[in-house]
Design a protein around this ligand. Structure first.
Ligand SMILES: Nc1ncnc2c1ncn2[C@@H]1O[C@H](COP(=O)(O)OP(=O)(O)OP(=O)(O)O)[C@@H](O)[C@H]1O
Length: 251
């Protein structure tokens, strides 16, 4: 459902010169799978997800989403994905229902079908209590639910979550993770970036550890723990990154 092959992205930074944000990255994600991208700040996670969501063009390499090439068929890719980050904005003067409805209309969903879909989503995400609440009156948790709802309103097969729990308290973060988990159970192909180890352990079927634009290894949490003989994914992470970056060992 997602296939990334030798994906490379170079930026030109005035201070640093050419920066390889992604360097020949390859992985695949299947339907019904949550694939984690685990890496520190600046690892290249957001760059990778921006390419998959067609916001950025790759310098070289291939990225296919639902069978469509991100560089050649960006519109078809956009029709097949939902993208959510931790800081998606919510309109103060629209209710939860109006906001999700508005996004549904932007996607061109036919009216009767849209109303049915809205009922389905509000039930699924247990949002009926906040249906008529204005954005300005919502708690952070409510806003995150609305963000998820609008991400999935067009029922895309592929979902991209870029650090969706950043800045959230544990209760809200938990609700977001539960929603992502239920979307996996519904057969969605999910890519989930984070730097929070616990989220990877709880949620991801497989994880790629990414550092300085390169994937250091990919596998299930258990596979990686066994392969590197470490007690948990956090230690695997430091082991892999420390072996590439001697400064990490000095911290
Ligand atoms: N538009 C840009 N111009 C120049 N450099 C950029 C640009 N966007 C990203 N970079 C650089 O590319 C590298 C990867 O950044 P990216 O934002 O993808 O990392 P990340 O893993 O998402 O980190 P974070 O968790 O901080 O968001 C960093 O060195 C970053 O400074």
């Amino acid at each position: 459902m997602i296939r990334v092959q030798d994906l490379t992205k170079e930026f030109f930074d005035l201070k640093r010169g050419p920066v390889a944000a992604l360097n020949e990255v390859s992985f695949e994600v299947k339907p019904g799978e949550i694939f984690g991208l685990l890496g520190p700040n600046g690892a290249g996670k957001t760059t990778c997800l921006r390419i998959l969501s067609t916001v950025l063009k790759p310098t070289s390499g291939l990225a296919l989403v639902a069978g469509f090439d991100v560089a050649r068929s960006p519109e078809s890719v956009r029709a097949n994905i939902g993208f959510m980050s931790g800081n998606t904005g919510i309109y103060d003067r629209m209710t939860a229902w109006e906001m999700v409805e508005y996004y549904g209309r932007l996607y061109g969903i036919e009216e009767e079908q849209l109303q049915n879909r809205l009922h389905e989503i509000f039930d699924q995400l247990q949002m009926n209590e906040i249906r008529d609440l204005l954005g300005s009156k919502m708690s952070t948790g409510m806003k995150q639910k609305v963000s998820i709802a609008r991400t999935i309103v067009h029922d895309p097969p592929v979902l991209i979550f870029d650090e969706p729990t950043s800045g959230l308290d544990v209760l809200v973060a938990r609700a977001v993770l539960e929603a992502v988990d239920s979307l996996r159970d519904a057969g969605k192909c999910i890519i989930f970036s984070t730097h929070i180890m616990r989220e990877v352990e709880k949620l991801c079927d497989r994880v790629a550890i990414i550092h300085k634009g390169e994937i250091l290894d990919v596998g299930t949490v258990d596979e990686l723990i066994q392969k590197y003989v470490q007690p948990d994914i956090e230690e695997v992470f430091f082991h892999l990154i420390g072996s590439r970056d001697p400064l990490m060992n000095a911290i």
